[in-house]
Design a protein around this ligand. Sequence first.
Ligand code: HEC
Ligand code: HEC
Length: 218
Amino acid sequence: MKSVILFLILACSCFPVSLAWAFGSPPKGRALVNEHGCGACHAWDGSARPEGIPKLAGQKYGYLVRALTHLKFKEVTSDQETVIRRIHPIMNEMARSLKTTEIADIAAFYSTRACIGPVDVDVANIVQPQGVEKCEVCHGGMRSNPWADTPYLAGQDRAYLLAELRRLWEDSKGQDDEVERHHRLSEIMFDEGKQYKLEDLADYFAALPCRPPNVGNP
Ligand code: HEC
Ligand code: HEC
């Protein structure tokens, strides 16, 4: 396991939490969220009830900053190569007008709200799907997630998880240059040759309490 973790540290752009971005202002973020009507879909506090809409409450600050920045610019290129692509017409439009400081404030607001996930879960009875150990090195789940820019998946909306997993899976196969979500890490998210059942992975993370036992919100 140690070598897997070392490989992931070298291969990904993950940073320990202590190196996270300068923090925005939660009260300003709350005002901006009201002003822009984000609550219509995500609920005022990011607890999002409608199916298919991601929960934002308690999500990592660094990840929220990245996600909104990706959605704002749609594509990030380096040496003429696309390293990030995130196409979603509604969210591209919502994020387009946000300034960098506003993104930091909104991320500060949502990340400091308590996360909302299933309660009274008997974690001992949750069956781990095949291949999930690797996912948990980066995302946490039964274990904690120490990476500042890697999202928590535990307790996330199931339909949202499944939709994003399908996008990232398609991206990892490199079959289509025009995938809606491209991230250079998707290639190492899934081990080659391993059978993944994306529905089972979405079921698993959605069923977990949003923090592993005894772990707070860093
Ligand atoms: C009309 C509904 C709607 C509104 C309004 C809306 N969102 Fe979203 N938001 C979505 C959907 C749907 C997604 C999932 C996008 C995808 O699949 O890539 C999303 C994704 C996101 C994400 C990425 C979450 C993740 O886990 O990657 C963030 C952050 C976000 N929205 C913040 C906001 C903010 C801030 C506002 C207001 C400025 C806002 N949204 C307004 C529907 C909406
Ligand atoms: C090397 C670390 C790493 C591994 C291993 C990994 N991921 Fe990810 N994953 C990430 C990062 C970083 C992101 C955010 C990408 C971005 O910024 O768009 C992400 C994004 C996601 C998302 C979208 C979350 C959201 O809120 O939009 C899902 C779903 C996901 N991963 C599922 C998985 C599953 C399931 C596995 C195991 C099969 C896995 N990941 C393995 C690092 C990893």
